[in-house]
Every structure is written in C-alpha cells, then in structure tokens.
Design a protein around this ligand. Structure first.
Ligand code: MRU
Length: 366
C-alpha cells in the first residue's frame, strides 16, 4: 500500500497490528493483536472501528492465531475447521450492527468447511483459512477504489464542481485502505471536481472531528469541520450539493443503518433538495433482511456521552442523568438518492431500489 495512506491495519503473515483510533489524532500508537480474543476486545473498545475494518481485523486476528497452530496442532482437519468456525462465531459477537463481519465469517466458514471435506491434514484447513483472510484484505482496498471511481463519475455527471457533506469516518481508517464515502470524496478531489468537503463532528464518539478531519487534512483535501447541529443550517445556505455517507448494513429494500445522526442528515437533505448517497461495498448489503426495521442497533455505554474522548476523558455531563446512546440509526430508502458500490451506482426504478436484481445481474455477468 501507498506509504502516504493512513493504515488502521498493519499485517504481514503471523503479525497483526491495529492503529489505536481512540488515541487519534494526537498520538499514533499501534497495538499488537495476537489472537481472536484480543481482536474481540479491540473491536468492542473501538481501537478499530468502521464496518469493513472491523471485518478484516477480525479475520486477520484469527489468521495470526492460526499461523501459530501450523506447528503442533494434533487434531484432525475436522477439528481444525470446528476450531476456526467457533472462533469466527465468537468474533461476530463483538459488535452487532455492521454486517460486514458476519458476512466475512460466513464466507470463511464456507471455505474451511469445504477445505475440511477433502483435507487429509489439519494444516491444509488452516492454510486455506489464512489465504482467504489475506485475500479479504487485498479485496477491500480494490473494492474501495472502485467505489470511489463509480461515485466520482456519477456525481460529476450531476454537477461539474461539487461540495459534499459527510458523517462519521469512512476513510482509510474505517477500511483496509482508501475508504468508502471518503473514498468517493478522495476520488472527486483527485478528479479535480471537489470544491470542498464538510465533515460533521459525529457526536458522541467524534469519529468526524478526530478521524475524518485528520484524514482530510492528511490528504490535503479542502475541508471544513462542522458541529452535527450545524448541518441543516449549512444545507440551507446551498453550499452543499450532496451528502455522502457509509453504511453498516443495507437491507434488501435499501434502508441503511449507519452512524447515529445519519437519519437526521437525510431528512435535512430531503428538505433542502440535496442529494443523499450511501457509499458501501456489496458486503454491507444484507439481503436476508427485508427492511431496516430488522436491523439490530447497538447501544453503547453511557460513559461515551457523560465523558469526553469516547468515555476515556473527563466527565462533562451531570452526574445521575440517564443516558440513551444508540450507536447507529436507520435511514429509510425513500430518503436515499443512490447506493454507490464497487460494481456501480444502484439507483431507483420508480420509487424503489432493486438491490437483489442488481446483485443477480452482476453474478450472471461473471
Ligand atoms: O461505530 P463505528 O465508528 O464503527 O461506526 C462507523 C460508521 O458508522 C461508519 O460510517 C460505517 O461503518 C461505514 S465505514 C466505511
């Protein structure tokens, strides 16, 4: 990967380091992750966050643990498969809303199950797992670059110079590299059509001010930070042409779970006639859910609202106050103008997205 790119995940066979995103933007500290238990804790505690990055960090943590088993595992190939499948199930329990990890776990489970069916030695199953997890790392960067390029081309056709608003962090730090919604912003900038990117603070965890602002400055993209509560006022000025956000889970009808506050932005965009795009890999689509009503929304600890620095800093709220801290909300499909994926932009036919049809068409073309 390009050395100038911020890396949330540093991996080579047998070694995984995660950038402790809780310490950004002031300190760059990588934590060594030796196994699935350490990855589970790192995901739960927000060392690594962002739907694609969570999936890849989890998969690679188990690859590192598996590497150590290549010498000395005494079980059969079926035992090796059971070991891996149990660990994957455990990793999926770390955070509930983003589907990317569950999707990765299900694909990896299929790979180890198939491998165990023919393998004569446990190491063949372990090796199949390691290879597949490493491929996921490479595929994510390629898929983000494709999202960026499809999104930029689509938006350029609407306007020749654009300013966009984004929410949360969807950049190199939230993925294996390049980013989804922030990838589109990077591509717009590289194509010379981006006037300005606005990013929200993204209370209460401040992924916007701590991470997205950091990435935008790092990439030298013209950018302005706003308080979440300034978004409607900004849209009213006419300075924003499109809102572009990521996704943690997209239901079959296009309803999209993303960072808390996304729904408010979509409502505001609709009111002000601003386009609203979701940028996400197809691994964020969950066709098993008919609508967003079925998406489980994670509730985070009260301390993230009561204290600064995601709960690690000083207390700022009154002692004794009750807290409701949902980490995500669901934006209904009727507020979404298009879903930018690595295979193209899904737009509506009539008033509805046909995501299943889009995916089937891709499969039949391959
Ligand atoms: O709670 P987080 O920081 O993991 O939430 C991240 C988001 O909501 C992102 O916008 C989403 O995962 C898309 S990441 C490319």
């Amino acid at each position: 990967m390009d050395d100038s790119t911020l890396q949330s995940i540093r991996y080579h066979r047998g070694s995984l380091q995660l950038l402790d995103q809780r310490k950004l933007p002031l300190n760059t500290i990588y934590l060594e992750i030796r196994d699935a238990v350490e990855a589970w804790e790192a995901i739960r505690e927000m060392v690594v966050r962002g739907a694609p990055a969570i999936a890849i960090a989890a998969a690679l943590s188990l690859a590192v643990e598996t590497c150590k088993l290549l010498e000395g595992f005494t079980g059969t190939s079926k035992d090796a498969a059971s070991f891996l499948i149990n660990k994957l199930e455990f990793l999926v329990s770390s955070r509930p809303t983003a589907v990317n990890l569950a999707d990765a776990a299900s694909k990896l489970t299929e790979i180890v199950t198939n491998s165990a069916a023919t393998a004569t030695h446990a190491n063949q199953v372990f090796q199949a797992y390691i290879d597949a997890a490493e491929t996921m790392l490479e595929d994510d960067v390629a898929s983000n670059k494709a999202i960026g390029s499809h999104g930029s081309s689509f938006i350029q056709n609407l306007n020749n110079k654009v300013s966009v608003l984004t929410h949360c962090n969807t950049g190199s730090l939230a993925t294996a590299g390049y980013g989804t919604a922030l990838g589109v912003i990077r591509a717009l900038h590289a194509d010379g059509v981006l006037d300005r990117a606005y990013c929200t603070e993204t209370r209460p965890f401040n992924q916007g001010s701590r991470l997205t602002a950091y990435e935008l400055v790092h990439e030298k993209i013209p950018a302005t930070l706003i308080a979440d509560s300034a978004a409607a006022a900004l849209m009213k000025t006419g300075r924003v042409h499109a809102v572009i956000v990521g996704a943690d889970r997209v239901a079959a009808n296009g309803d999209t779970a993303n960072k808390i506050g996304t729904y408010s932005l979509a409502l505001s965009a609709k009111h002000h006639g601003v386009l609203f795009f979701v940028a996400a890999p197809l691994t964020s689509v969950d066709l098993s859910l008919a609508s967003g009503d079925e998406i489980v929304i994670e509730e985070r600890p009260a301390k993230e609202l009561l204290n600064t620095h995601g709960g690690l800093g000083e207390q700022v709220a009154a002692s004794g106050i009750l807290v409701w801290n949902p980490a995500f909300d669901v934006t209904p499909a009727n507020l979404i103008s298009g879903i930018i994926t690595e295979k193209g932009v899904i737009t509506k036919t009539g008033n509805e997205f046909d995501i299943k049809g889009f995916i089937n068409k891709i499969r039949s073309n391959n």
